[in-house]
Design a protein around this ligand. Sequence first.
Ligand code: ZN
Length: 87
Amino acid sequence: MSSIFSACNCSIHHLGRVHRSTWMRAFPWLRLYQCSNCRKLQLLPQKEVDRAKVEYGSRGAYRDRLAPRSVDPNKGLGIGERPKVGG
Ligand SMILES: [Zn+2]
């Protein structure tokens, strides 16, 4: 039997917000989530869940947007454009 304070091992995308019971208001930084996969109720810090969702969601999404352009490291560095000194 697992504690309500521990998260299940499913993807974080399965977590949905659920209304807390009265006693749970003793932990204002915790939010009650239910996993839609295993139906486990879990009290988790909202900050942790939000951060995990952002990290999870950013994976792959950026890969499509940041299409790798071929970058020539010798170009665009301003080499050879030194201002003339003395004259
Ligand atoms: Zn689960």
